[in-house]
Design a protein around this ligand. Structure first.
Ligand SMILES: Nc1nc2c(ncn2[C@@H]2O[C@H](COP(=O)(O)OP(=O)(O)OP(=O)(O)O)[C@@H](O)[C@H]2O)c(=O)[nH]1
Ligand SMILES: [Mg+2]
Length: 438
């Protein structure tokens, strides 16, 4: 679905579970007509009004609701928008969603993300903000909420617009020098000025990019991988840390083969705990595959929790997470002497669990600035890396023509970032993940 149609769209914008109130939104040319057709009184722009909602064909009363009309362009989508706050019963919602499209061929149910798509085309939000909206709705922890809010504020879009201006300016300096250089009267400092501007821009792009890994971890969750020998107590630890019975525990070594992931919020940080097969020499092909997966997850870990116990020695060549490794001597309730630097933990009694969580949090906090990152998607990273590389090439270029050409490359990477190029492709992919009514 590339273009915005001029049909009027309808969707349930609140959650689908049973609730006291449900919100149905209508956006488009016929929103006002729809309001007049089904409500018993005319609506005033932006005023919440109580009204009786009826099926105009049969006169049957459907609900007593609160209705608000937002006349375009002063609405979320930029079009006329009707919001109906009805009782959240399945029957009322079904009746309203059937009633509205029946009013006209020009009214239909919305597709996922279609409201946001209209906001974007009508200049209410830019692409980066629409992405941030997706993040806000998916946010489960405070860190994710803060990051989504920062991105939703449009800060990156504003920075990108300034960068775009600066790129144009730098290019025009170079081009001026190129065009008039034979005439002898040009400001011969223009090329140098362009290079200084490029250098400053390069620094700014680098700074935003350096926050990207942190931003992406906040969006996707930090991976904390529990690793160790068979029977070390890894699955018991996963269950204890997540306070859920997610992994099978048994006294038989080699119990876990698959990779088990569980997401939790740890002091506001989104964390994905990963449990997997114990590492040992094995001839069983299924166990070998489990071990291969375990090692591969440990290599990508943000934090590795290396577990060992009195009856399962420490892995000597454990992978270290990008944010470090926490060594855990498990089954502490059975006694034993841990080597220095290891935390004593018992999944059975809960001893040491809090200390372990604190150690993990300490490493997560070291990952990046407490403040939310401006970028958090692979798409952002790719555009910014391309822009940075173009700027680097421009700075290294001996000839002004080449320097200008690379600045053009930087501009086009930037315009992809903010959605001035390839917008429809990006949107189609983005909205696959959106729910209807957004
Ligand atoms: N007393 C005591 N026993 C524990 C503790 N943690 C685990 N165990 C026992 O140790 C055995 C192995 O525990 P698991 O959690 O299955 O160990 P694992 O590391 O996941 O083992 P594999 O999946 O085979 O690699 C089980 O019999 C557990 O009951 C603990 O804190 N205290
Ligand atoms: Mg296990």
């Amino acid at each position: 679905m590339g273009v915005v149609s001029n049909q009027t769209i309808v969707a349930l914008s609140s959650g689908a579970n049973r609730a006291a109130i449900a919100v149905v939104r209508v956006s488009g040319r016929l929103a006002r007509f729809a309001a007049e057709a089904i409500l018993d009184k005319p609506l005033v722009h932006r005023r919440a009004q109580r009204a009786i909602l009826r099926n105009p064909a049969t006169g049957a009363r459907i609900d007593d609701c609160i209705a608000i009309l937002f006349a375009g362009p002063h609405s979320a989508t930029g079009e006329d928008v009707l919001e109906l706050h009805v009782h959240g019963s399945a029957a009322v919602i079904a009746a309203v969603l059937a009633l509205l499209p029946a009013l006209s061929d020009e009214i239909r149910l919305a597709e996922p993300g279609e409201f946001s798509r209209r906001s974007l085309y009508n200049g209410k939000l830019d692409l980066l903000q629409v992405e941030a909206l997706g993040e806000l709705l998916a946010a489960e922890t405070d860190a994710q909420l803060q990051q989504a809010q920062r991105q939703l504020s449009g800060e990156l879009g504003a920075v990108a617009r300034r960068w775009a201006d600066e790129l144009v300016q730098a290019r025009s300096w170079i081009e001026a020098e190129l065009d008039f250089s034979d005439e002898g009267d040009v400001d011969s400092g223009a090329f140098g000025r362009a290079r200084r501007a490029t250098l400053a821009l390069r620094g700014e792009v680098g700074a935003v990019l350096s926050g990207e890994a942190h931003g992406r971890r906040i969006r996707e969750g930090f991976s904390v991988v529990i690793t160790g020998r068979p029977n070390a107590g890894k699955s018991s630890l996963l269950n204890a840390l997540t306070r859920r019975d997610v992994a099978i525990v048994s006294e038989r070594p080699g119990t876990t083969r698959d990779v088990i992931e569980t997401s939790v919020a740890l002091a506001g940080w989104p964390v994905v705990y990963v449990d997997s097969a114990g590492i040992q020499e094995s001839t069983d092909p299924i166990e070998q595959e489990g071990i291969r997966r375990a090692l591969s997850r440990a290599r990508q870990a943000d934090v590795v929790v290396s577990v060992f116990s009195h009856d399962a020695p420490e892995l000597d060549a454990a992978d270290t997470g990008s944010l470090g490794t926490v060594r855990v001597y498990s089954k502490a309730d059975l006694g034993g002497q841990p080597p220095p630097g290891a935390l004593m933990v018992s999944s059975r009694t809960g001893q040491g669990l809090e200390g372990l969580e604190l150690e993990i949090i300490k490493r997560l906090s070291a990952s990046g600035p407490a403040e939310a990152s401006l970028v958090s998607r692979e798409r952002h990273r790719r555009c910014l890396v391309e822009m940075r590389d173009c700027l680097d090439r421009s700075l290294a270029a001996g000839l002004p023509e080449l320097a200008a050409e690379d600045l053009r490359g930087a501009s086009s990477a930037l315009s992809r970032l903010v959605g001035q190029t390839d917008l429809d492709t990006v949107l189609d992919r983005l909205f696959e993940g959106f729910c209807i009514g957004k």
